[in-house]
Design a protein around this ligand. Structure first.
Ligand code: KG4
Ligand code: ZN
Length: 342
């Protein structure tokens, strides 16, 4: 139970700071984004080739107050229009999460509003509800920098893990492949751009799935294959065919995601599917997932701007948590580096 559960319209101010985006959004009833502000630190971390946690925390501290003010301004709202505060409490970088969690606690206390603690992963999944009519249950392929998994979304607040990566996440493989090809961080969008100029001429490895009831992902073999391929070429003094490598990598990475999703559909019998997380912005992945319509699947995608980290997805999940009767958090809420997928 929570104090807002039976209220007809619910307006949430949500905060997200788990990695390198400082974000605040205002979301109504889980499907309507009133405002959405994302201050990205990508340029700051780019010179280091990836996110530096301490630098991320410091920049969240600098940005958060203005980001929250801007979200209120763009929505033409004041604290009186807000029913609840929501914040990502995990998973993510602890120091980064703490900035958002503490700011949210301060707001909840000062404004006397209930506080809701949202899982980052559930937020990514809830990005599918924005401007959409999607309702659980369905299967969701989650592919981000930190997770690669298929979950059964049983209702708006409960997940059941179907399968996950045994090693690296898909986004991590995109980022590492980009790095060996000399492309900037984050690698996913860069690989996608470069792949358009090449052909998937290299046959790259993917795990052999032998049983429908024993599904998994694995990206470390693919990553190592690309590293060895490039190093061998460099040692021989060959010119690196970066575009062909990008296209081949993207093909193998997305084939693995979609093949496993297809097996999960067969195994569970659930034909309503969605995708989520930063990698769900990938066009080749979207095209391949679209192909599952031929197998009778109903397919849902988040809008591109809600695929990578943002606070609108956190607000969307928070609205559904409230409607589902999830209890509010108290001011002892702490950040968590990892959160179970359930
Ligand atoms: O969900 P996200 O923003 O942060 C995490 O929760 O991890 O995902 C970031 C990941 C990065 O690895 C990034 O390279 C990848 O998503 N990504 C993409 C694309 N856009 C972002 N991967 C492939 N294609 C894209 N267009
Ligand atoms: Zn994320």
């Amino acid at each position: 139970m929570n104090s807002l559960q039976n209220k007809k319209d619910i307006v949430v101010l949500s905060i997200e700071s788990s990695c390198d985006e400082t974000a605040c959004a205002i979301v109504r009833n889980g499907r309507e984004v009133v405002s959405n502000v994302v201050a990205t630190q990508i340029e700051i971390h780019r010179r280091f080739g990836g996110v530096v946690p301490e630098i991320a925390s410091r920049n969240h501290t600098l940005a958060i107050e203005n980001v929250v003010k801007e979200a209120l301004k763009q929505a033409s709202m004041t604290k009186d229009d807000i029913d609840a505060i929501a914040v990502t409490y995990g998973a993510g970088l602890l120091g980064a999460l703490l900035v958002g969690v503490n700011f949210a606690k301060g707001l909840a206390y000062a404004w006397d509003k209930p506080l809701f603690a949202v899982s980052h992963v559930k937020g990514h999944i809830a990005a599918n509800y924005i401007d959409s009519t999607l309702e659980p249950p369905y299967l969701c392929l989650l592919a981000s920098g930190g997770h690669t998994a298929i979950v059964k979304v049983k209702d708006y607040v409960n997940l059941e893990l179907v399968c996950q990566s045994r090693d690296d996440a898909a986004g991590e493989a995109f980022d590492k492949t980009a790095r060996v090809l000399g492309l900037p961080y984050p690698g996913g969008p860069e690989i996608q751009k470069l792949a358009l100029l090449g052909k998937p001429v290299y046959d790259m490895p993917k795990p052999k799935l032998t049983r429908l009831d024993d599904l998994f992902f694995s990206y470390s073999g693919l990553k190592t294959f690309v590293i060895n391929l490039v190093h061998n070429m460099e040692q021989k003094g060959d010119k690196i065919p970066s575009a062909d490598i990008a296209a081949s990598f993207q093909k193998a990475a997305t084939d693995q995601l979609v093949d496993t999703l297809r097996f999960a559909v067969e195994n569970t019998g659930i034909k309503k599917i969605a995708i989520a997380g930063g990698v769900s912005a990938n066009q080749e992945l979207r095209d391949k997932v679209d192909g599952l319509k031929k197998a009778g699947c109903e397919v849902h995608y988040p809008k591109l701007k809600y695929c990578t980290d943002n606070a609108a997805m956190i607000g969307a999940e928070a609205c559904f948590m409230i409607k589902s009767g999830v209890e509010e958090s108290d001011l002892s809420l702490d950040a968590k580096a990892t959160v179970p997928l359930r």
